[in-house]
Write a protein that binds this ligand. Structure first.
Ligand code: HEC
Length: 155
């Protein structure tokens, strides 16, 4: 095989896999996206509850903090934003997402990107045995609920 041929089949391979990924994404309907993000939010809520007693404790349990930080890290930023496709009329399922999300996409993204950053910071603090700072990073995550909901979630 000549170099040109090898290169062009490589290009073809890349184009094909990219197209496949885009197709995979499209397979999720708007209803499925809404259900997926609401499912994530329910988990946020149970973590929020679980963490409350940790914040009240003299010293939080580092294993619980670590699990929480990993959860928030994996379910924020792009992994969360992926379930907010451009607003179209949802076919059936109810959503509390306000249309301001798409009008102020950067502001909305910034909040969940911060959650991701704070989760990463918390993991770093835990790595260094600094439970106090990790607790404070995670408590910032639990403060993000209100600031995001106030503007972007209907009651
Ligand atoms: C970046 C913005 C953002 C952050 C941060 C955020 N939420 Fe939400 N939340 C939303 C949006 C938007 C909805 C509405 C989703 C929908 O109905 O489509 C929602 C919905 C919910 C729901 C309702 C889920 C359902 O059953 O329909 C709960 C509970 C919830 N959030 C809890 C939390 C908690 C607890 C936190 C913080 C630990 C949090 N959220 C952080 C944006 C956010």
């Amino acid at each position: 095989m000549t170099l040109t041929k090898t290169l062009s089949s490589l290009t073809l391979l890349c184009v094909t896999s990219f197209t496949l990924n885009a197709a995979d994404m499209k397979e999720m309907t708007i209803t499925e996206s809404i259900e997926a993000r609401q499912e994530i939010m329910k988990k946020y809520k149970s973590w929020d509850k679980k963490l409350d007693s940790q914040f009240k404790a003299e010293q939080a349990d580092s294993a619980i903090l670590k699990e929480a930080a990993k959860f928030f890290q994996a379910n924020s930023s792009d992994a969360f934003l992926a379930f907010f496709p451009e607003k179209v009329t949802p076919d059936g399922v109810k959503t509390a997402a306000k249309s301001g999300i798409w009008r102020s996409w950067e502001e909305f993204s910034a909040i969940t990107n911060d959650v991701n950053l704070q989760a990463s910071e918390a993991l770093q603090f835990l790595e260094n045995g600094d439970i106090k700072s990790a607790t404070s990073s995670i408590s910032e995550i639990t403060n993000s609920c209100r600031s995001c909901h106030k503007k972007f979630k209907a009651r």
